[in-house]
Design a protein around this ligand. Structure first.
Ligand code: PHE
Length: 478
């Protein structure tokens, strides 16, 4: 059987952007930004998208297109059968299962808000409404609706299901966010929101750097769908004539623009309606736009339906890209039929979704701390693989279809993904574990962290090299 490929360049870009653009931009980004100091977070986040996200995305594309497989099969075949790397691919598959679990709950909130906009039930008491509906049996029912829709699209197959949905959603979401943000700017108090969001707060950044860092890294990776194998799997359907670098840059720019746009809507709204920025927590986007729609009366209801429905579409094009990973794994590696694989995976996710919908602490642990940790660890492993197992083969893949500019930076790119970014990610992991355990990050602790990261990096390199040494000469770095 020949493997499906994307029909057009736009088809792949749209689907990859569809995966990237989702609740991460519209729901999680405002939450994380509000919780981590506004503009200080934005600054760090943008830097990470540029320096880690774009090269990292390229790394994932290289693995995917080279192997034409799901993450487990990709790492196994490219390392000539290493069980360790296959196990690491499994880690990514499990990560996606956890992600879709809480993602379905948030998707369920959007389903509920779409319906509630028709009658305007949340008008007038935005905060109380969100707290009343966010967890519990009803939240679970809505999460199941979202999960069922996701499974139905995944079952329909890569091209039919995914390409179509994304083509409608992308332009609609940009127009809606931009129009609503423009309306928001005319309101009293909007300026303070913009100030919180955009005026660089270097003092805050300096004082809280190590608290913000894991969140900023986690958010950058989450929003770009990096570290879970999603982008590996999507790129596995890609033809050889495409410039991976150009695609990575396009996707990162579009995705980041939409997140930044969502912030331009949420923060002026929160301030102009006198809502406390921090208090919304995971409900920041709901509480803010609910207040806006309420103040617009009947027009607000209509806008509410359109807004929540469009975000829902964006959320679906992301959730299908998560569910696709375990499904592709079962289909490719175990010969399970697509229908059976989809049904089985959906049942597993339903259990996770139930835990998240019924317990705010399970939800918080997964959606916040665990996302940051798992995605950081995931990308770190994938990039070590690119640098140290693929080596020169990664460069060949990178060069195929690349333009002059991309070719000019191929060596530095490999050095980035093979060495600098993994060191940075290991360091980030260290700081997050330290702060999760309540260890204060004084200078000597940081020194130990840096030293530890270096040792861990060397160990990872040695293990990787040993894993492939017996089978074949490991790829060289540059
Ligand atoms: N990037 C998606 C979003 O922002 C979430 C996602 C993460 C999708 C990982 C796939 C894999 O909503």
């Amino acid at each position: 059987m020949t493997r499906e490929t994307w029909k057009t360049r736009a088809g792949f870009i749209l689907a990859a952007v569809g995966s990237a653009v989702g609740l991460g931009n519209v729901w999680r980004f405002p939450w994380m930004t509000a919780q981590n100091g506004g503009s200080a977070f934005l600054l760090l986040y943008l830097a990470i998208v540029l320096l880690v996200g774009v090269p990292g995305l390229l790394g994932a594309f290289v693995i995917g297109r080279r192997s034409k497989r799901n993450p487990v099969g990709a790492l196994r075949s490219l390392s000539d059968g290493s069980r360790w790397w296959a196990a690491f691919g499994m880690f990514a598959v499990v990560t996606t299962l956890l992600l879709v679990s809480f993602y379905s709950v948030v998707g369920g909130w959007f389903v509920r808000y779409t319906a509630a906009s028709v009658t305007g039930s949340y008008f007038g008491h935005a905060g109380a409404y969100f707290s009343a509906i966010n967890y519990g049996p009803a939240a679970l029912a809505f999460a199941f609706v979202f999960l069922a829709a996701t499974a139905a699209i995944v079952y329909a197959g890569v091209e039919k299901g995914i390409e179509r949905a994304t083509k409608v959603m992308m332009p609609a979401i940009v127009v809606l966010l931009a129009a609503l943000a423009a309306w928001t700017f005319t309101r009293d108090g909007a300026g303070a929101g913009l100030d919180f969001y955009l005026t660089p707060d270097v003092a805050y950044l300096r004082a809280h750097f190590f608290d913000i860092l894991p969140a900023a890294v986690g958010q950058a990776l989450f929003t770009l769908s990096l570290g879970t194998g999603t982008m590996i799997t999507y790129a596995s359907y890609l033809g050889d004539e495409r410039s991976l670098a150009a695609d990575a840059a396009t996707i990162a720019v579009l995705n980041t623009a939409i997140g930044v746009l969502a912030g331009l809507l949420v923060f002026p709204l929160l301030f102009s309606f006198g809502l406390d920025v921090g208090s919304g927590g995971a409900g920041a986007v709901f509480v803010s736009v609910a207040s806006a729609f309420a103040s617009l009366g009947t027009v607000g209801r209509l806008l509410g339906v359109v807004f929540f429905a469009v975000v829902l579409l964006a959320a679906l094009s992301s959730s299908i890209s998560m569910l696709e990973i375990p499904v592709a794994y079962l289909v490719d590696e175990h010969g399970v039929s697509r229908a059976k694989a989809t049904a089985g995976v959906a049942c597993l996710v339903a259990i996770g979704a139930a835990a998240c919908a019924l317990s705010s602490s399970v939800f918080g642990l997964l959606a916040n701390t665990l996302v940051n940790l798992l995605m950081t660890a995931g990308l770190c492993g994938f990039l070590l693989f690119v640098g140290w197992v693929l080596g020169s083969r990664a460069l060949d893949e990178y060069r195929a279809g690349a333009g002059d500019v991309a070719r000019a930076v191929d060596g530095p790119w490999l050095l980035f993904v093979g060495v600098l970014i993994p060191v940075f990610l290991l360091f980030t992991l260290f700081t997050s574990v330290a702060s999760a355990l309540g260890v204060p990050l004084g200078t000597h602790v940081l020194g130990v962290g840096l030293g530890g990261s270096a040792v861990a990096l060397v160990a990872a390199i040695v293990v990787t090299a040993l894993a492939v040494a017996g089978l074949r000469r490991p790829g060289s770095l540059v």
